[in-house]
Every structure is written in C-alpha cells, then in structure tokens.
Design a protein around this ligand. Structure first.
Ligand code: UDP
Length: 243
C-alpha cells in the first residue's frame, strides 16, 4: 500500500488517509505478529527529545499516526502535507464500528474500561470485546513485572489491544510486552476509553475543526497545563528553531 512518512523532530510519522489506516489495521490483524500503533501528538515529540527510548519506540512502531493538529502545521513548515489528521479516538471508533475484530481494553481509572465496553456493546451488539480491565497501578518500576496481566490478556486472544495508560507509559508498555502479547495490534490510545465511557466529553466538533481541542481540554482539566504548555509553546519553538 502506498504511504510515506513525514519526519518531525526526529520522529517518522505515517502520512496516510483514515481509510488507508483502517486497511493497514485489517492487514495487521491478519498477520502473525503483534504490531504497535502510536497516536502521536506534539507533547510526544517534546518528550522524545530527551527520552531516547521513547523516540526509538515511536520510530519502530508499525504505524505512527498524526493525532495532534500541531503536526500538520510542523509538516507544512517543511513544505510537506499530511493527507489528514487522524486522531487515535477517531481511528479506534472507525475500527470498532466495523465490528469485525475482537478487542481488549486496558487502562484508565478504575471502572472506565468496563464502562466503555458496556457502552459500546449497547450500541454495537455484534462487537466482540473479550476483556476490559484498568490494570491496577502501572508505573515505571513495575512496568516490566506484568506477567500476570499479560497472561490474563493472552487467555482471551484479542485481535486488538487498546492501551490507555497515557504517553509515554502506554507506548513503553506495548513495546516491552510486544513479543509476549497474544494479539495482532496494540494501540496506545490515551484518553479514548474516557471519551467512550463518557467520563470526558470530547471538544465540540467546531473546536476540533479549528484546532482548539487543546484549549477545550485545558478548561476541562487545568492539571494538563504543563502538557499544553509543551504542545503550544515548546513544540512550536523547537520546530521554528530547528536547523
Ligand atoms: N492512565 C492510567 N494510568 C496512568 C496514567 C494514565 O490508566 O498511570 C489513563 C488515564 O486515566 C486516562 C488515560 O490514561 O484514561 C490517558 O491519560 P492522559 O490524559 O494522560 O492521555 P491523553 O488522552 O492526553 O493522551
């Protein structure tokens, strides 16, 4: 399939349409290994500047999609254009809607994964959700000691594992366990389960369209200030001053 990549601050991001991304996921589900998908936004790239392991993980992902609007701007500065912005939440919903693959939901605050699963099952009765769990507290020191959790996930043999632990933890978790996971696709999905569960409303469509979803989220969750500062101040600074 034809798709190329656009490099931003040292990270290669796939340039493809939503339709092509969905097709790629279908192909991954039919393959034998477990593929990692990263949903990249500007904060990821700021973080990856001083976290080499995270940068390597993003560059090795089978698919790295441009989730944040800032990436489209950064690409245009290089006279390149992403076909479109593909948010992790939208991509996940498109794949779920097809009701063709089986899913396992991992992460989020206690109860969020099961709430998200129940909501979806009401809407899509043929949807195959084989498991949903918050996973307890997963942190840097116990991330590598999750054999029991991996065992529980593997028992259910999901096609697609959604990991909602926030970045970079979710992406490091997937990378650490990729070889042991009995699934075909593992996606770091950030706040997607919160959106689905209804715990966190997404920004109104107009706000999303004009690229102000971050401002909406800042109003809703002021604790995000540091991250938003990185996205709207540090990231543009790095892009503009990059030689
Ligand atoms: N999360 C989690 N464990 C953690 C950190 C985060 O389960 O140690 C969950 C959090 O509850 C939320 C999701 O990860 O559901 C995404 O978090 P965040 O808001 O940081 O990500 P974003 O949506 O901005 O990518």
């Amino acid at each position: 399939m034809l798709n190329d990549k656009i490099e931003i601050l040292g990270v290669e991001i796939d340039n493809l349409t939503m339709g092509q991304a969905i097709l790629k996921i279908d192909q991954m589900v039919n393959s034998s290994s477990c593929h990692q998908i990263a949903t990249i936004n500007p904060e990821f790239l700021v973080e990856a500047r001083h976290d080499k392991k995270f940068k390597q993980i993003l560059n090795q992902a089978s698919l790295a999609i441009p989730d944040g609007i800032g990436l489209l701007w950064a690409a245009r500065r290089k006279k390149e254009n992403f076909f479109e912005r593909i948010t992790g939440a939208d991509l996940v919903m498109q794949v779920i809607k097809k009701q063709q693959h089986s899913f396992y939901f991992l992460g989020g605050a206690p109860g969020i994964a099961t709430r998200a699963a129940n909501k979806l099952l009401k809407k899509y009765p043929r949807l195959n959700i084989v498991g949903a769990i918050d996973g307890g507290i997963i942190n840097d020191s116990n991330l590598a000691h999750q054999k029991q959790l991996i065992y529980e996930i593997n028992k259910t043999k999901p096609d697609i594992l959604l990991v909602a632990l926030g970045a970079p933890k979710q992406d490091k978790f997937i990378s650490r366990w990729q070889k042991d996971l009995n699934c075909h696709v593992a996606i770091g999905v950030g706040g997607t389960l919160d959106y689905i569960a209804g715990a966190l409303p997404r920004a109104p469509h107009l706000w999303q369209k004009i690229g102000l979803e971050w401002l909406w989220r800042l109003f809703r969750e002021p604790r995000r200030f540091k991250r938003i500062y990185r996205a709207i101040i540090v990231f543009p600074y790095l892009v503009l001053t990059r030689k």
